[in-house]
Design a protein. Sequence first.
Length: 268
Amino acid sequence: MQTEYDFFEYLDRVAANTWPAESNTMIDQWLIRASNGITKRANSVFAIGSYPRDDNWLSHVEQFYHSHGLPAIFHVSSASPDQLDSLLQDQGYELDTPCYMMTADSQQVASHAEERIKKQYPSALDLELEITQSVTKEWLDAFLFLEQYPEERRSFYQGLSDRMPSPKAFITLKDHGQIVALGTAIVEREWAGFVNVIVHAEHRGKGYGYAILHAMTAWSITQGATQQYLQVIANNVPAVTLYEKLGYQMKYGYHYRVKYDLADLVSS
């Protein structure tokens, strides 16, 4: 019988597959990720499962990141080994970016989103939907613009999109030719993971968040997904509220522990 810990570990590993780093190395079960400092998720130790057998694992981790010119960062979740969080705290690692893992039933999300759009935001039904199996220049241009990311991040997100496992979909919604919302959906077994979900700042409050999540959910259902998850920063109240209205529930939390020597090189 699957325990709660087993579920946390399984879902954490599925979610990690949606954000593959540029460079990886292993210490037993732990995955050490580096991507030139862009996003903590792609530049941290995925510390899931038991501790490494080598008692000097912390020194090895810190040497690895030092060699890459990066601070040592750990992804710590409910599937991390006991006492890891307090051990890192004692070693001077500061807590950073608390996040939620939220899950939902796919059919329930599709139903809730459709109902809200029809009743409250009927104009969202007129949006043009585009789905591609690989990232396009138009999609990436819009993503960088909507997130207000510098051009220097293009190569990372291009590579990330290429490395993401299939089946995957890059989804856009347009209003009279202008991209107003987009996101990426990735399916692994019965789970769909949604990342890079964003609505144009000038078009918020129009139900486009419901519309993009409905489109992503509908596509994932065609790929066999029955469940779905999102990872969201805990203090992003508008996003958490929207997800809860669609039937998402917070299953567990995770955060990062960072040695801040070089932390200004790493984004959230």
